[in-house]
Design a protein around this ligand. Structure first.
Ligand SMILES: Cc1ncc(COP(=O)(O)O)c(C=O)c1O
Length: 442
């Protein structure tokens, strides 16, 4: 039977894996193992066949879980240990001298990340910097780019903004003496243009996600930035769920600033350092206020320890402190994997196919029991699908059954399971198996 671009059957999934030019990258990652003992009355779990590498399924370990939670915490690249160990070894051997000597001295270590990070988000190296955490960077960006006046002080955000963004924006409005109840305008994604047409001249800043964390919807960053600018607003983005997931062109799209974390699709480890983009147009502006620190100061004179802040041109000028090298080493390891995979374009190509396959199988096998909340158009989503459970079996029970069967995904109250097959390390065969397990669990 052929209906649509895919066909049913595990052998089809296996064939898709065999044809996948990125399949070797799975082996760059540690994949967690399934729980050792099955739960009482477990659903029938189709296991991958036993057998070593090269036996048709790219070297599966049958005990590996199906990890579809890269939208929450990406898997650990195997090389990360070596990159981090190298820095520990330098610390042991050179101690403070490692700031200036050894391979990759610590003083300019963050500069090693600029080029690959810039490639991933479509920027020039001077437009990106890896520092702090997402929310801290959002505040730093707002110190520079949220310049409210009595007439134009409102912030446009989305109805279901990630809570940390909501709190940050609320506190910024209050910090500037405005009442958040009036200053924060929360709109649905489809209403952004209409709202800006109607009241754009009251908006100082548009702050939207690249990909919405709950629904998986991708926003049209280029169109939003264009619209925001047409109405005299600054355009900033939270790319937590977009960086390492979508092809981004932040420079060409004329985004003013963007912030993201690196522990999701960028696989850099829990709480690792975040990313920040400042468009070249703003990189040397003297009129922008900023919250400054010594790591943003002119490199040539930093250690003269003199008063008088002179910012480094570009995004680096927003740095505050000397960065955590162990975290940067982990990010470097991950970025190297991305670069070896050819950057975002080939990954996105696989991602569209992998998620499309998941969507197709879900529709075919469990279409009556779940609703896909994520847009159906691949250009309006990343790799994640958000599934609302409609079956008689409560959603939470379905989620627990998936977990007991060795699937790691994520639960959002009241009835949503988010699944994110990640093109760097997930396989078509896992998608096939996931849908079989889900059918049993429902
Ligand atoms: C969309 C979004 N924004 C902001 C954050 C907060 O990130 P951080 O804890 O690094 O500040 C997260 C974290 O998961 C997120 O998903």
């Amino acid at each position: 039977m052929t209906d649509g671009p895919f066909q049913p059957g595990r052998e089809v999934a296996d064939a898709l894996d065999r044809q996948d030019p990125l399949r070797r990258f799975r082996h760059e990652f540690h994949v967690p193992k399934r729980p050792p003992s099955p739960q009482p009355s477990p659903p029938q779990i189709p296991s991958p066949p036993r057998g070593g590498r090269g036996q048709g399924r790219g070297g599966d370990d049958p005990d590996e879980e199906i990890y579809f939670a890269g939208n929450s915490l990406g898997l650990l690249p195997k090389r990360t240990q070596r990159y981090v160990d190298d820095e520990l070894e330098k610390w042991a051997r050179l101690a403070v001298k490692a700031h200036f000597s050894g391979d990759h001295p610590w003083m300019p270590y963050h500069e090693l990340l600029a080029e690959p990070m810039a490639r991933l988000v479509g920027a020039s190296p001077a437009e990106v910097v890896t520092m702090n955490s997402l929310t801290a960077n959002l505040h730093l960006m707002m110190a520079s780019f949220y310049r409210p006046t009595p007439e134009r002080h409102r912030i446009l955000l989305e109805e279901r903004a990630f809570p940390s963004d909501d709190y940050a924006l609320e506190s910024q409005a209050r910090f500037h003496g405005f009442d958040p109840a009036e200053a924060l305008v929360r709109v649905r994604s489809g209403d952004v243009a209409r709202f800006l047409e109607r009241a754009g001249d009251s908006i100082a800043l548009v702050l939207l996600p690249g990909v919405q964390y709950y629904s998986g919807e991708a926003f049209d960053i280029a169109a939003i930035a264009r619209l925001a600018h047409a109405h005299g607003c600054v355009a900033g983005f939270d790319l937590a769920h977009a960086a390492g997931n979508l092809v981004l062109r932040l420079h060409d799209w004329d985004v003013d600033f963007a912030v993201w974390c690196t522990y999701k699709y960028l696989n850099s480890g829990p709480g690792s350092v975040g990313g920040c983009f400042v468009h070249e147009r703003h990189g040397t502006r003297r009129d922008l206020p900023r919250l400054a620190g010594w790591w943003g100061h002119d490199k040539a004179s930093r250690f003269r320890m003199e008063a008088g802040f002179r910012p480094i041109p570009g995004a680096e000028g927003w740095q505050l402190s000397n960065p955590p090298i162990l975290s940067l080493a982990a990010i470097r390891a991950s970025l190297d994997v991305f670069m070896e995979a050819g950057g975002m374009e080939p990954l996105r190509e696989k991602s569209v196919r992998l998620t499309g396959y998941l969507e197709w199988l879900l529709g075919r096998e469990v279409g009556d029991s779940i609703e896909i909340l994520t847009p159906r158009n691949p250009s309006r989503r990343g790799c994640q699908l958000s599934l609302r459970v409609k079956s008689k079996t409560p959603g939470r029970t379905v989620f627990e059954r998936l977990e007991a069967a060795g699937v790691t995904d994520d639960w959002r109250e009241p009835d949503v399971i988010r699944v994110a097959p990640v093109p760097l390390y997930n396989r078509y065969e896992e998608v096939w198996r996931f849908v079989e397990i889900l059918r049993e669990a429902l």
